[in-house]
Design a protein around this ligand. Structure first.
Ligand SMILES: [Zn+2]
Length: 62
């Protein structure tokens, strides 16, 4: 698979794109039984360095 020209998160053109799985973390609250929930995107995305710095994700296992 070819590396796209742009980051798939912020759409900025980038040369330092890495395939990652986007992760959402829902903090524990009294509403959800004090259990932290982690959900993952169903498919990997190409992210630039800036997005990898600012947003939760995990590396794609290759
Ligand atoms: Zn980006």
């Amino acid at each position: 698979m070819d590396t796209p020209a742009e980051c798939e998160s912020c759409a900025r053109p980038g040369t330092d794109l890495v395939r990652v799985i986007r992760v959402w973390v829902t903090p524990a609250t009294w509403e959800n039984d004090n259990t932290e929930k982690v959900s993952e995107a169903p498919s990997p995305e190409w992210w630039c360095f800036s997005c990898r710095t600012h947003y939760p994700h995990r590396p794609l296992e290759s």
